[in-house]
Design a protein around this ligand. Sequence first.
Ligand SMILES: [Zn+2]
Length: 95
Amino acid sequence: MSMMNDDRGMDRDGTPDLNDGLRRRGARKRVCKYCADKVAIIDYKDPQTLKQFITDRGKIVPRRISGNCARHQRKVCLAIKQARNIALLPFTQTH
Ligand SMILES: [Zn+2]
């Protein structure tokens, strides 16, 4: 009667590898820049700020990379589109 498996199960006290999952390499903080600043309205007339959220090819940076929350990502997205309409930002980078 060798029940090795049972022993292993008792060892962990209810906290599985949760830590391992959280701290992958670089443990980057997921804080939305706008939430941190308590910004409610994103100014589309501010291309300097908006440029942080577009790639050098003029595309909108996805949320995973920008770190924005869904709400602000949406606002950034809208602001970029408005800025494009008044020619503050390019639709695509001109070659
Ligand atoms: Zn946010």
